[in-house]
Design a protein. Sequence first.
Length: 190
Amino acid sequence: MAETLAGRRVAFVVAPEGVEQVELTSPWKAVRDAGGRPELISFQPGEIQAFNHLDKADTFPVDKVVSDASVDDYDALVLPGGVANPDALRTNADAVHFVREFFVRKKPVAAICHAPWTLVEADVVRGRRLTSWPSLRTDLRNAGAEWVDEEVVVDDGLVTSRNPNDLPAFNDKMIEEIAEGAHAGQSRSA
């Protein structure tokens, strides 16, 4: 698995505050361990503040500001969760546009926990099968998704999981989908 993603760049989009640390660091390590190049993208330069549930955790340096980022530069997108993170992402027009473009261009996307809120705002879940933190079930169904309570769900390039306990399965499927490259069905809801 060490070179599965050799040469592939993966965008991790997070808000300046509120990302669940393990939902950022575990997939980041999985991408790195597979030979990929993860990059942290946020609204502003500097650092982002991660959390362990409601307690402040570590900070991480931002590689690029989302308004300056191009989907063409990345092979895939990862959206970590945390309650505040996707809530802030879905109110940032540049972030929503950036996320939507991954679907338009048929590139793999992985979202865990509360992260599918951003997918709702990007209007890319209609007709898709996915999972999330249980409290998003109604929002996702109202946006046209089929919500299921499963550890990990893969729907033609879109990988979703419910919570940090699902990270091993999430990471495995995320790496698999990124390695496969473009997915023709990814743009059906975009």
